[in-house]
Design a protein around this ligand. Structure first.
Ligand code: E4P
Length: 224
């Protein structure tokens, strides 16, 4: 199971990269625009935090395959480490994916809403597909079930494509995607924190602390 952080906010990236087992950072044009910074400066800042070995995803803003390929190559050269281009699914996007596959550039096909879209993206050479779980849930279309169907399809037709589920509003959605066997999720810092948050854990830790202090006061194991 891979965890990616779906943000371009450097404070969130710095925090989550320190405390969570992140495999990298995903962005899209909306996420980048939210930070209101120079594009390359932001890419450099993110790379400095995550280092060269973690995957950085950025999305093309082109609509023609040849231009998508050009942007992907530039980003791949200048991103400073492991990189994957995000391309929204379309005819032009499928064409770009198959060209980039031959050139050894990783592709994530994004804005996936159906298992049929995911299958054809994988067949065109995408290394990852990103189904949008919460946006499907918002139209009562069962996002986690779509993820489960995509996972099953990739088992039926063995294709070297991973399901990187995206668009989350709850920790429950993340849990259900993991139970469905998706290969990874990309989530905000808030959702990542919600995944480990559990009130009974807090009360268990308070109890351990009180029991210890009742006998040893403020001494820690390092003081013995
Ligand atoms: C994934 O590729 C998208 O960048 C993202 O996860 C969409 O999330 P949203 O529906 O919360 O905008």
């Amino acid at each position: 199971m891979l965890y990616f952080l779906d943000t371009a906010n450097v404070e969130d990236i710095r925090h989550c990269n320190e405390f969570y087992p992140l495999s990298g950072v995903t962005t899209n044009p909306s996420i980048i625009a939210r930070e209101k910074k120079d594009f390359w400066t932001l890419i450099r800042e993110i790379r400095e935090i995550i280092g060269p070995n973690k995957l950085l995803f950025a999305q093309t803003v082109q609509s023609k395959a040849e231009k998508m390929v050009e942007e992907a190559k530039l980003l791949n050269e200048r991103s400073g480490g492991e990189f994957c281009i995000k391309i929204p699914i379309s005819e032009e996007g499928l064409k770009a994916a198959s060209i980039l596959k031959k050139q050894g550039i990783h592709v994530l096909m994004t804005a996936i809403f159906t298992p049929a879209q995911a299958l054809i993206a994988a067949k065109s050479g995408a290394d990852y597909v990103a189904p949008y779980v919460n946006r499907l849930d918002n139209i009562i279309a069962d996002g986690t079930n779509v993820v489960a169907e995509i996972v099953k399809q990739f088992e039926t037709y063995p294709l070297p494509c991973q399901v990187l589920a995206a668009s989350f509003q709850t920790a429950e959605q993340v849990h259900k995607c993991a139970a469905a066997g998706c290969h990874g999720v990309t989530v905000s810092a808030d959702i990542l924190k919600a995944v480990i948050n559990y009130p009974m854990t807090d009360s268990a830790v308070l109890h351990f602390d009180a029991d210890w202090k009742s006998v040893y006061g403020d001494k820690t194991i390092l003081d013995f």
